[in-house]
Design a protein around this ligand. Structure first.
Ligand SMILES: NC(=O)c1ccc[n+]([C@@H]2O[C@H](COP(=O)([O-])OP(=O)(O)OC[C@H]3O[C@@H](n4cnc5c(N)ncnc54)[C@H](O)[C@@H]3O)[C@@H](O)[C@H]2O)c1
Length: 419
């Protein structure tokens, strides 16, 4: 496999700007956690870059050339939230007591006007949006936002992580097949181009790495890979692997390791935050469903093990239930079978906090993409698949969803950047 660094990374000196399209639950929880850690008020639990180690005991943060948390500045765009403080207070993930000592810094992260089109998120009414113009004009406006942010904040480097809502399901169209076709599409307002793709285009054009925390189509199309290679920018997969899918990719490799059979896997989620409200719309749920359904086949390889995994009913549901707020409940009912085909059932009930699980992933992805950029690792970074429900592979290779294989690969590449 390629992608291991051939050059040692340039030092992580100066400030790193982390920009999030979307200032909602995940983005504000991420920002609050970094600020709280800097103040000595929190520990960055769940972040491999801050708390993880190589197998020989070396701590990643001691030996890998990563940006320091003190050097991070935040920015973002949102069509609804005015700033990160308002977002944190509205989404109800963190308690008022935890937000209070961070409030002035969060309030300082003022949302820039978003590139927004309601047809992609039918449940949201956006009012802090960029003026009418072509999609190409909007891309130029985003580039100027980034340049202005970088100059005003004195940043050496930027990274963009999409923390915006999941957009309606769409597949790559004609305009996504090459960079030239995509640019024509931007100028002609092609309806197949969604806002997240305009942010991605603007970032890559400026040589800024981009990660997509949601399942919608953004960088996973030929135009983006072409642009990333042209501008020498690292890109990676999509849709943070957090609650239920994290559990799935922990349990499934264990069952397969013991050659236990699986007949069915029924997964349902109830959640009540804004994300849940957006996903309640069928066209947005379809985007999520296709990313969630993908993981089992690649772990279980039914074509190699038809007797054990050749006949699995895999069903995924998401139910919007406001009283749950950000406390998502993920239920898995797994029908397994053992010796002589005797059936058994496993039930997993994960009462998780969605944004608490996603926030450290935003930090790790931003820091590792920045590392990749400084080590001249451009194009698709398969080693960041560890963080995604839908990883992006090199040259269209087979995607490996096994969390432990993904971790080994991540550590292998991180180690290759160490002097
Ligand atoms: N929390 C998790 O565990 C998890 C896991 C996987 C994926 N995700 C995805 O991460 C994303 C963020 O989740 P969240 O819980 O913070 O959702 P959220 O609804 O709290 O925040 C999303 C924000 O994006 C904004 N937005 C919508 N369209 C936008 C646009 N075009 N430009 C800029 N901003 C826009 C919305 O106004 C909202 O404030 C969602 O797509 C979600 O599906 C979350």
């Amino acid at each position: 496999m390629t992608n291991a660094s051939s050059a040692l990374p340039r030092p992580a000196t100066g400030r790193l700007g982390i920009l999030t399209p979307g200032l909602g639950a995940v983005a504000s929880t991420f920002m609050a956690g970094v600020i709280a850690t800097r103040k000595g008020l929190a520990t960055p639990v769940g972040s491999l870059s801050q708390m993880g180690s190589f197998d020989d005991g070396r701590k990643i943060s001691d030996v890998v050339e990563l940006a320091d948390l003190d050097d991070i500045v935040f920015g973002g765009w949102d069509p609804i939230s005015a700033n990160a403080l308002e977002a944190a207070e509205t989404c109800g993930v963190l308690t008022p007591q935890d937000i209070a000592p961070l409030s002035s810094e969060l309030e300082g992260v003022v949302a820039m006007d978003a590139v927004f089109e309601q047809r992609w998120v039918s449940r949201l009414e956006g009012h802090r949006v960029k003026e009418a113009g072509s999609k190409f004009d909007h891309a130029l406006a985003l580039m100027s936002d980034m340049e202005q942010f970088q100059a005003e904040q004195g940043c050496d480097r930027l990274v963009v992580v999409w923390c915006g809502s999941t957009e309606a399901y769409s597949e790559a169209a004609e305009c996504h097949q090459s960079l030239a076709a995509f640019e024509d599409g931007l100028k002609e307002n092609d309806p197949a181009i969604a806002p997240s793709q305009i942010y991605a285009y603007a970032a890559l054009q400026l040589g800024v790495p981009f990660a997509n925390g949601a399942p919608n189509l953004s960088l996973d199309a030929p135009w983006a890979v072409e642009l990333a290679e042209l501008r020498q920018v690292p890109v990676c997969g999509k849709d943070f692997k957090t609650g239920q899918t994290l559990m799935k990719t922990l349990v499934a490799p264990g069952l397969a390791a013991r050659s236990l059979g699986i007949r069915g896997w029924f997964s349902t989620n109830i959640l009540g935050n804004r994300d849940g409200m957006v996903l309640d719309a069928p066209e947005n749920f379809k985007t999520k469903e296709s990313s969630k359904l993908g993981v089992l086949d690649s772990i279980l390889e039914p074509e190699k093990n038809p007797e054990l995994y050749g006949n699995i009913d895999h069903v995924v549901r998401i139910n919007y239930y406001p009283p749950k707020g950000d406390d998502k409940e993920g239920w898995d009912h797994i029908d397994v079978f053992g010796w002589m085909g005797y059936p058994m059932q496993i039930k997993v009930d994960f009462e998780c906090k969605d944004s608490i699980l996603a926030a450290p992933l935003v930090l790790d992805l931003a820091l590792f993409l920045d590392l990749a950029q400084r080590a001249d690792m451009s194009g698709v970074q398969d080693w960041l698949g560890f963080y995604f429900k839908a990883p992006q592979e090199l040259d269209g290779g087979r995607v490996d969803h096994d969390l432990f294989h993904q971790r080994d690969r991540l550590l292998e590449v991180l180690d290759s950047t160490v002097a």
